[in-house]
Design a protein around this ligand. Sequence first.
Ligand code: MD3
Ligand code: FE
Length: 213
Amino acid sequence: MDSLFGEEAPAREAIAEGATLLRGFANVSAQRLMDDLAKIVAVAPFRHMVTPGGFRMSVAMTNCGQAGWVSDAKGYRYDAGDPVTRMAWPAMPPSFHQLAASAAREAGYPGFEADACLINRYQPGARLTLHQDRNERDYRAPIVSVSLGLPAVFLFGGASRKDRPRRMLLASGDVVVWGGATRLAYHGIASLKDGDHPLTGRCRINLTFRKAL
Ligand code: MD3
Ligand code: FE
């Protein structure tokens, strides 16, 4: 027996008030997620969005679900349509939706129904500077994040941008559920180190599931 809780117990790690790390939780579904991602990207390709300040983001992004996160000269927001194709974002595949719901339930958020999934692609050197996720309507719902492919150093700050961030390594299959007191914490991703991963090749993919509407 691995532990008092037996072989079935998931590795559930409290990392802060309201935030739970589920190490390897997505490993069993990772190949299915990648296959479904390929279909999304065929319709809504990865693109480098521009910040309201005029900077091209090093992370390439796309979305699926009822709404997608977009950034341009006018600001950050959720939009029902893809500004590149002028079509609705692709529907969220059941594999995505179900993984998000089961991770949220595991972390103490039963009934989580994501309506938006932001998909981030990091190639070597790409990074995400410290920010808060504040474009969603209801901060009571958690955000579920899924890491696939190359590992990344996650920067986990506090309620103020000045709080010195903790550094945590996120590996392929790791899922983190961010709710409660951490929902508005500053966070980011350090510059991605080069490497090659059997699932994704030379990149890291991150899925963030949100209740945006
Ligand atoms: C903590 N993505 O898309 S996921 C983002 O790895 C984003 O691509 C990062 O930050 C990535 O907005 C980090 C982990 C994450 C996501 C949302 C959070 C951590 C969070 C919201 C609140 C607090
Ligand atoms: Fe974020």
